[in-house]
Design a protein around this ligand. Structure first.
Ligand SMILES: Cc1cc2nc3c(=O)[nH]c(=O)nc-3n(C[C@H](O)[C@H](O)[C@H](O)COP(=O)(O)OP(=O)(O)OC[C@H]3O[C@@H](n4cnc5c(N)ncnc54)[C@H](O)[C@@H]3O)c2cc1C
Ligand SMILES: *[C@@H]1O[C@H](CO)[C@@H](O)[C@H](O)[C@H]1NC(C)=O
Ligand SMILES: *[C@@H]1O[C@H](CO)[C@@H](O)[C@H](O)[C@H]1NC(C)=O
Ligand SMILES: *[C@@H]1O[C@H](CO)[C@@H](O)[C@H](O)[C@H]1NC(C)=O
Ligand SMILES: *[C@@H]1O[C@H](CO)[C@@H](O)[C@H](O)[C@H]1NC(C)=O
Ligand SMILES: *[C@@H]1O[C@H](CO)[C@@H](O)[C@H](O)[C@H]1NC(C)=O
Ligand SMILES: *[C@@H]1O[C@H](CO)[C@@H](O)[C@H](O)[C@H]1NC(C)=O
Ligand SMILES: *[C@@H]1O[C@H](CO)[C@@H](O)[C@H](O)[C@H]1NC(C)=O
Ligand SMILES: *[C@@H]1O[C@H](CO)[C@@H](O)[C@H](O)[C@H]1NC(C)=O
Ligand SMILES: *[C@@H]1O[C@H](CO)[C@@H](O)[C@H](O)[C@H]1NC(C)=O
Ligand SMILES: *[C@@H]1O[C@H](CO)[C@@H](O)[C@H](O)[C@H]1NC(C)=O
Ligand SMILES: *[C@@H]1O[C@H](CO)[C@@H](O)[C@H](O)[C@H]1NC(C)=O
Length: 622
């Protein structure tokens, strides 16, 4: 009993007053959180957080905070301590210097200045590969979506440039973990020294959740194991094929490995070839080209192997640690544990039909004519997904690219039949477009042919909203108006049409239940200049939060958006990301990470935490 009371007290320390008032240290209150905590507590690994170092006291605007420890604070570990960490991770600790420092004479970060960083060959390499996703992922802490790093070190042409190279909001040290013990040692070091810990897999995160000022970054990308089985024998009734993948495996890698099985197999990954599968993607839910037929990626997960915030390896499946199993499936990244590996269902790959459609400035003569193309497309959105399709599109004024339409397990005749009314209306309205249909022996062949890589080091903000089947039935013109407003304000639209509820029963996982009714999930991206001032960034953040996202919501009753692809600063993120599942996620967080060893913006239980001092210090309101 005593240990649960301690955990309850620890949870009270982590969570805001509204929740904490139902917790007491003497156990006389039996509020929701406390009783759920007890019920969820058997069986459990030993979660002992007594060695957690205290937060650093601080005051902002008269309010008391406790902060993580940063360079310059007296609590900052001595060089001897960092060396000891380095020994405990087999020499895989790096004092991080950004890749583009090679294009500058010197580099300055919170640990000081490093001179003579210029290196012509390394600089040429950075310049040549700056937009390449694979190159960016392979670096210890480079970022695909670089807004969150503050974009303060870019590959300049002149090493004597006045802008210089600073660390921005990137961690000061990186552990390039190669063994599970490296992960537990990094977590233990962060916990015992009150250091902000960031888990980084591929650095794809739109919301900046795998980078942070003054942090220790734990890079899990080296965990690349892939192991197939024809017959899963773990807990539960499923006895079909499965694959166990290490934390660092990316989408294209697992799709290729599955394709090379005999007969060819597939799994649910994202559309992007370089997004990881077992990191942020799975903890957000994971949608992709198979989603209309097989659900979200989390609907296919059978088991996890994780490292807890107390540094213990824990097996997680439906019969053991079921609360964590449920929460890891969509409950938010970097919140409950570090995933070491996961096991997910495989299924036979299938013949597929792919198509592309473009209406753009080279073939549309005026804006109103151009706008008819996405408008007519969206009129048929429900029909597309009801027929079993997944569709990816991009849109800015005068550029509408639908690449690709994906119809897995369909014949060209079936696909054409669904497309016929849409194309007939395009023709009737005199809307120009370029269109191509192609059939493929497997989905994998389609995937390699029609899905494109994206540009790395994109400095942009993200918003987005999920439009439901009902929204399209009742208000397609309103949805188009919302997209129009976002574009008018500089937004680039990235749309995903899928239906995760038609062929798939609701899984027992943390995903917002509303996802089962969604037809189109739209991301809006707003480019930011590397030289933008804080005031300019604040103004753009306000456009996303107060203009573009509200225009989406005004056209929708779904109440849903995606924790991995949305504005982290929006109000009511708890309900928009998780709906009725949020309270259960809070209790699970309170049990597995009561001290906040992990942190990612707008994830369960982080209400009291804020980034202070212009995007630098992570502090908890006391
Ligand atoms: C170009 C592009 C295309 C995308 N396409 C899709 C798509 O089709 N479908 C979709 O669902 N999403 C898509 N996403 C969003 C994607 O799901 C998120 O960016 C996701 O966070 C990426 O996870 P990652 O592990 O690869 O990246 P990272 O940036 O390395 O990590 C993201 C988050 O996960 C945490 N994390 C990473 N590894 C672990 C681990 N082992 N244990 C615990 N926490 C960990 C990090 O701390 C961070 O909070 C796309 C993103 C981009 C940039
Ligand atoms: C302990 O329990 C008593 C009631 O028995 C209650 O009044 C008091 O507030 C509790 N203490 C704390 C710290 O919650
Ligand atoms: C739970 O609360 C009820 C009413 O608030 C009280 O009567 C009961 O004694 C409590 N039970 C425990 C185990 O504290
Ligand atoms: C606190 O407990 C009361 C009584 O059990 C309950 O009505 C309320 O919803 C709880 N508050 C929270 C935030 O759980
Ligand atoms: C960690 O140890 C390795 C091997 O001795 C060394 O190359 C590296 O520079 C060390 N890292 C730090 C931050 O000192
Ligand atoms: C940079 O400046 C130094 C002296 O300040 C000079 O020696 C060097 O040639 C300059 N490099 C370039 C590429 O201009
Ligand atoms: C982040 O960028 C802003 C400009 O937008 C700059 O004023 C600030 O100093 C930068 N902070 C860090 C830590 O890089
Ligand atoms: C399920 O969890 C139990 C208990 O931790 C573990 O022994 C078992 O190996 C796990 N099974 C799978 C398939 O992960
Ligand atoms: C515009 O459409 C034409 C076909 O009409 C296509 O060839 C071209 O690549 C498209 N341009 C862009 C930028 O998408
Ligand atoms: C593929 O189509 C066949 C025939 O219509 C159907 O029996 C099967 O369930 C489909 N497979 C999937 C994964 O949808
Ligand atoms: C399907 O549609 C495409 C494009 O309109 C056409 O070229 C093809 O002949 C059609 N195929 C079938 C089997 O209907
Ligand atoms: C899905 O939409 C239907 C029809 O509007 C509604 O009755 C149902 O409650 C919705 N389900 C979820 C999980 O939102």
């Amino acid at each position: 009993m005593q240990s649960f009371l301690l955990k309850a007290a620890a949870a009270a320390a982590l969570f805001p007053t509204a929740w904490a008032q139902n917790l007491t240290t003497n156990g006389t209150t039996n509020g929701t959180l406390f009783t759920t905590l007890l019920a969820a507590g058997r069986p459990t690994p030993k979660l002992d957080f007594r060695d957690t170092a205290p937060l650093v006291p601080a005051t902002y605007d008269g309010q008391a905070y406790g902060c993580k420890c940063y360079p310059g604070d007296s609590c900052w570990p001595t060089l001897n301590k960092w060396n000891a960490l380095n020994n405990s991770v087999s020499g895989n600790l790096i004092r991080y210097i950004p890749a583009a420092a090679a294009c500058h004479n010197s580099f300055t970060g919170p640990l000081g200045t490093v001179s003579n960083t210029y290196d012509a060959a390394a600089c040429a390499d950075a310049q040549a590969n700056w937009l390449d996703e694979d190159w960016t992922v392979s670096k210890p802490a480079e970022y695909i979506w670089s807004y969150a790093t503050n974009s303060t070190c870019t590959p300049a042409d002149d090493p004597n440039n006045t802008r210089g190279c600073t660390l921005g909001y990137v961690g000061v040290y990186v552990v390039m973990a190669k063994k599970e013990a490296h992960i537990s040692n990094a977590i233990d070091f962060a916990r015992k020294n009150n250091i902000r810990l960031i888990v980084r897999n591929t650095g794809h995160d739109f919301l900046g959740r795998s980078t942070g000022y003054g942090a220790l970054i734990l890079n899990t990308h080296s965990f690349q194991s892939i192991e197939f089985t024809n017959r899963y024998t773990g807990p539960g009734s499923y006895r079909g094929g499965a694959v166990t993948i290490g934390a660092g495996v990316q989408g294209r890698t697992i799709l290729t490995a599955a394709h090379n099985q005999s007969p060819p197999l597939s799994v649910v990954t994202g559309e992007c070839p370089t997004v990881g599968v077992a990191g942020g993607f799975i903890q957000g839910g994971g949608h992709g080209p198979w989603t209309t037929l097989k659900g979200f990626s989390v609907d296919n997960v059978l088991a996890f192997r994780v490292m807890t915030a107390s540094g213990e390896i824990t097996e997680v499946n439906e019969s053991q640690n079921a609360d964590l199993f449920w929460a890891l499936k969509g409950g938010g990244p970097a919140t409950f544990a570090v995933i070491l590996s996961l096991t997910m269902k495989t299924f036979p790959d299938l013949p597929s039909v792919g198509a592309t459609l473009y209406t753009n400035f080279t073939n549309a003569f005026d804006y109103p004519t151009w706008f008819k193309s996405p408008s007519i497309f969206h009129k048929y959105a429900n029909d597309f997904v009801d027929s079993g399709m997944y569709i990816y599109y991009e849109m800015v004024p005068m550029l509408f690219t639908v690449r690709p339409f994906v119809a897995i397990n369909q014949t060209v005749a079936q696909f054409n039949a669904t497309m016929a009314p849409f194309l007939a209306e395009m023709n009737l309205e005199g809307v120009p477009y370029e269109y191509m249909v192609k059939s493929y022996p497997t989905f994998y062949d389609l995937y390699m042919d029609l899905f494109e890589a994206e540009a790395a080091h994109t400095n942009a903000l993200t918003g987005g909203w999920a439009f439901s089947h009902d929204d399209f039935e009742t208000n397609t013109p309103g949805i188009m108006g919302g997209l129009q407003t976002a574009m008018d304000n500089g937004g680039f639209m990235i749309g995903h049409l899928f239906n995760s509820g038609l062929h798939v029963p609701s899984g027992d996982n943390a995903l917002h239940p509303g996802w089962r009714n969604i037809t189109d999930f739209v991301i809006s991206a707003f480019l930011v200049s590397d030289d933008a001032t804080i005031a300019e960034k604040d103004a753009l953040n306000s456009v996303v939060k107060n203009v573009a996202d509200p225009a989406f919501r005004a056209a929708s009753t779904s109440g849903v958006t995606y924790v991995n692809e949305a504005d982290p600063l929006q109000d009511n993120w708890q309900s928009h990301f998780w709906g009725s599942n949020y309270p259960r996620l809070l209790t699970t967080r309170a049990k597995w990470d009561p001290k906040g060893i992990f942190y990612a913006v707008s994830t369960p239980g982080t209400e009291a935490w804020e980034i202070k001092d212009y995007g630098t210090r992570l502090c908890k309101k006391l």
